[in-house]
Every structure is written in structure tokens, then in C-alpha cells.
Ligand binder design. Structure first.
Ligand SMILES: Nc1ncnc2c1ncn2[C@@H]1O[C@H](COP(=O)(O)OP(=O)(O)O)[C@@H](O)[C@H]1O
Ligand SMILES: [Mg+2]
Length: 287
């Protein structure tokens, strides 16, 4: 793993600040991200959304992988209006929000909007405006982001309250996951990163990997004023040919094969996320 220390400039006490005011009436925002591409972010986003919807939560998944959007493909949706039309003023936000098969809503980017792969102040503003408008209508907003540490990906992640980092057990994926943690800590002051290990081959694998990753983080990512970076293992999703079959048939595994091992693993992950949402909203019921 690359263990180069974080440069001093970046160390200058970056403190995590939520992008939107902390308000239990608004959605809790999750960013699903990864170091390496193709590890299962969209699969995890869509199926976790379905599992959260089944728990009675109002969920919106926003395709925030603007350069390589493919949520539409996974959900078998052919959107007439996309985020691009909203950004360019061709349609309203309401027109662009679609009902997905899993009982949740989606805001699709449309495939290959290369012009958004660069972070301009325009993209930033439009993103913020969209988030502001949807926040109060949902309990959960999931940002299905791109991989890596490009400006656009980091910006999308910066809009979230919680980071879900997806990695496979492969060393290349883990190395890139570590790089992501390092950058999120240095640039955004993140202190909690929730880890999902996808495509595991044996039980217990993800927990062991997360512990190992935590050891590297403890050693090489400096603890700032707000404390050390803590990785929380959210769960593992086993590698299963059923996942590939479902993607090929453009079905949601969670609804098509709810009893399968990966679907049950995603249900367990959603239960943990549901607890976070409940905690977030607890103030709402008492006020
Ligand atoms: N648990 C799994 N078991 C088997 N194959 C998987 C699993 N998760 C993902 N895949 C495969 O990996 C492909 C890429 O997943 P995707 O969610 O599109 O990745 P990303 O959004 O990170 O680029 C899927 O189409 C699927 O075939
Ligand atoms: Mg994806």
C-alpha cells in the first residue's frame, strides 16, 4: 500500500462540516463510493435502496457518477428526462425523478455525460440546488458516486453525511480504498468511514480486511483535533453468480431473489443504515 504521509498543508486542521445544516427533518445523505472502479457501488446503492424502502423509508438514489452513469441500465429504466435536463433547465426536477422497481425513487444522470466529469462552479451549484430541493421529501438520499479521488467524485462525497466505501477483497481495490480514506480525512476532515466489502469469498473476510485497513490508517493517517479516523465495518456481500445474472437481466437482486445470500447480506447492511436514519430522526419525534 502507498503509505506516503499526508502533506503538511493538508494537515492544517481540516474539520468535518456537513454540507447541509443538520436538521432531522431532512434526509440523511449517504455517499456510496470506492477507490477502484467496478467494485459494485451501483449494485450496492440500488439494492440497499430497495431494502431501505422495504423498511418503510422514503429513499432517493441520485446517480452521481456523472461521467460513467449506469444506474439506469441496472434498473432497466429508459429515462426521457435526466439530471442533465434539469441542469440545463430543459425540465423540472419533479419531471426527472422516476419511480424505480424497488419502491424507491431515482434521479438519473443518463449515460456518459462527459461534460460533467470536470468540476466547474456550475456543476457544483447545480448539484447543491438539486440536493436542497430533494432533501425534505425523503428520509434517505443515496449518492451513487464514481470511483477514485477526482474532484468531481470528492465533491459528490462532500455532500453526504455518511460515507459508504465499497471495496472488494482484492489488494488493488484495498490499496485504492486506503487512498480514498486518506484523502477524505485530509480534505474533508472525515473521521468515520463505513466499509462494505463486496464479492467476498468466505465468511468473516470483510471484518478481517477492515481491521487490517484500520491498522494501516492508524499508522499513516494522522489523527487531527477531532480524533482518529475510524472505519466501521457495515457488512460483507458474498460473490455470487446470481448478482451477475440479475444485472444481465436488468433485475434488482433484492426483489428478484430476496432469499439469496447476497440479497440477505444487503438487507443486513440496510438494517444498520436504517438504525442510523432512526437515530438521525430521533430528534424529530421528540421535538
Ligand atoms: N457480490 C457480487 N457478486 C458477483 N458479481 C458482482 C457482485 N457485485 C458486483 N458484481 C459484478 O460487478 C459488476 C460491476 O458492478 P457495479 O455496481 O456496476 O460497479 P461500480 O458501480 O462500482 O462501477 C456488476 O455488473 C456485477 O456483474
Ligand atoms: Mg456505478
Amino acid at each position: 500500500m502507498s503509505t506516503a504521509p499526508v502533506p503538511n498543508a493538508a494537515r492544517a486542521a481540516v474539520v468535518y462540516r456537513p454540507a447541509f445544516p443538520v436538521d432531522p427533518k431532512r434526509a440523511l445523505v449517504f455517499a456510496v463510493t470506492s477507490g477502484k472502479g467496478g467494485v459494485g457501488k451501483t449494485f450496492v446503492s440500488a439494492n440497499t435502496a430497495a431494502a431501505l424502502a422495504k423498511r418503510g423509508l422514503r429513499v432517493l438514489v441520485l446517480d452521481a457518477d456523472l461521467g460513467l452513469a449506469n444506474l439506469d441500465v441496472v434498473l432497466n429504466l429508459y429515462p426521457k428526462t435526466t439530471l442533465h435536463d434539469v441542469f440545463t433547465g430543459k425540465s423540472t426536477l419533479r419531471e426527472a425523478i422516476l419511480n424505480a422497481p424497488g419502491g424507491f425513487d431515482v434521479l438519473l444522470a443518463g449515460s456518459g455525460l462527459v461534460e460533467y466529469s470536470r468540476l466547474t462552479s456550475d456543476v457544483r451549484e447545480q448539484f447543491q440546488t438539486v440536493m436542497h430541493s430533494v432533501m425534505l421529501d425523503y428520509d434517505v438520499v443515496i449518492l451513487d458516486t464514481g470511483a477514485g479521488i477526482s474532484d468531481v467524485v470528492l465533491y459528490a462525497v462532500s455532500l453526504a453525511d455518511e460515507v459508504l466505501l465499497v471495496s472488494t477483497p482484492e489488494p488493488t481495490s484495498l490499496t485504492d480504498a486506503y487512498a480514498t480514506v486518506k484523502v477524505l480525512a485530509a480534505q474533508q476532515g472525515r473521521r468515520t468511514v463505513r466499509v462494505v466489502i463486496n464479492q467476498t469469498l468466505q465468511p468473516g473476510e470483510g471484518r478481517a480486511i477492515t481491521t487490517q485497513l484500520q491498522r494501516v490508517v492508524d499508522r499513516f493517517v494522522p489523527a487531527l483535533g477531532s480524533g482518529p479516523v475510524v472505519l466501521t465495518h457495515l457488512g460483507d456481500v458474498p460473490s455470487d453468480v446470481l448478482v451477475r445474472n440479475a444485472v444481465q437481466k436488468r433485475q434488482l437482486l433484492f426483489t428478484a431473489m430476496p432469499g439469496s445470500a447476497p440479497a440477505q447480506a444487503l438487507a443486513a447492511i440496510a438494517a444498520r443504515l436504517g438504525d442510523l436514519v432512526q437515530r438521525w430522526q430521533a430528534v424529530r419525534s421528540t421535538s
